[in-house]
Ligand binder design. Structure first.
Ligand SMILES: [Cu+2]
Length: 160
């Protein structure tokens, strides 16, 4: 390939920006120790999120522990939330011989996690956009034909 003289400054400018891109990639926001936030899915026989108002900050790594100590399975679903975060992983951890053991990890864009009674899942993410969404809900339909969201299992998420 032959370069004209006019192209040389452009190429030099491109090369000059290359180390910047590299150093940005090295600064991994999804690395390091996470801030742990725990949300209970269901409280006894009540279909609720506890707490039902969550607040996060952009650029920080969070470990959102979704724990279900109730008798019914529950969803943690929010399309708005998933659109404002970068998911590092969702994982299932079990304590074996007193030590936490990771059973599985899921990567990629996730917008819904279902947790079964007596278990929990960890959603590791970094908020990348600020905003407020009120579409957190559990869409499971109970025996009365109503969803858990109809019974109040809804919530708000604010990212600052
Ligand atoms: Cu539910």
């Amino acid at each position: 390939m032959r370069l004209s003289f006019a192209a040389v400054p452009v190429l030099a400018a491109l090369l000059a920006t290359a180390p910047t891109i590299e150093s940005r990639a090295a600064g991994n926001l999804a690395g390091g120790e996470p801030i742990t936030v725990t949300v209970e899915l269901g409280k006894g026989s009540e279909h609720v999120f506890v707490p039902n108002k969550l607040r996060f900050e952009t650029g920080k790594l969070y470990k959102l522990v979704l724990t279900n100590q109730s008798q019914a399975p529950h969803y943690f679903t929010s399309n708005g939330f998933s659109a404002m975060i970068y998911t590092r992983k969702v994982q299932v951890v079990q304590t074996r011989d007193g030590k936490p053991t990771t059973l599985a990890e899921f990567k990629g864009a996730i917008r819904e996690v279902e947790v079964y009674p007596g278990h929990s899942a960890e959603w590791w993410f970094v908020p990348v956009a600020a905003g407020r969404v009120t579409d957190l809900r559990c869409g499971i339909t109970g025996t009365d034909g109503k969803s858990h969201a109809d019974h109040g299992m809804t919530g708000e998420i604010v990212i600052e």
